[in-house]
Design a binder for this molecule. Structure first.
Ligand code: 4NP
Length: 149
């Protein structure tokens, strides 16, 4: 799960995805393209909206996306077009490029929608992205279950 700072959107996406997958079978992680908040816990507003929904993301630590992530993960879900462009710029092979997916494409294929950056807004923005990511991770969890069956 990849966003810009790895403190608002992708920590929520990571927490939600983890809660919906069998953790002994899947590795879920998140990172930011900027690295500007490296080592920091998620934004208080993301922690709060997660808590409200029974999810604890407070132990996560922000890290920067690295090239090895293309080897270590099968899919890199990005939140918005800017993340997509930044991550694609790091991908070298066609196989790596194919791993990069805008997360809302899983819910609204072909619509090219963004999970908006909530950093400079109020708590409503965090409620909004929580709902989007809850829905997206539901769809992804179901796809993965389907693949195993
Ligand atoms: P995120 O949100 O990419 O969802 O973690 C942001 C966090 C920090 C900043 C921008 C977006 N920032 O400008 O510091």
């Amino acid at each position: 799960m990849v966003c810009l700072g790895n403190i608002c959107r992708s920590p929520l996406a990571e927490g939600l995805m983890r809660s919906k997958l069998n953790f002994t079978k899947f590795t879920v992680d998140s990172a930011g393209t900027s690295g500007g908040h490296k080592g920091q816990a998620p934004d208080k507003r993301s922690i709060a909206v997660a808590n409200k929904n029974g999810l604890d993301i407070s132990n996560q630590k922000s890290r920067k996306l690295i090239k090895e992530d293309f080897k270590n993960f099968d899919i890199l879900y990005v939140m918005d077009q800017s993340n997509y462009n930044d991550v694609m710029a790091l991908a070298i092979t066609e196989e790596e490029k194919k791993k990069v997916v805008k997360i809302l494409d899983e819910v609204f294929p072909g619509e090219n929608l963004d999970v908006p950056d909530p950093y400079f807004g109020g708590s409503q923005g965090f409620e909004n992205i929580y709902r989007m990511l809850d829905r997206a991770t539901d769809v992804i969890a179901k796809q993965i279950d389907n693949r195993i069956e």
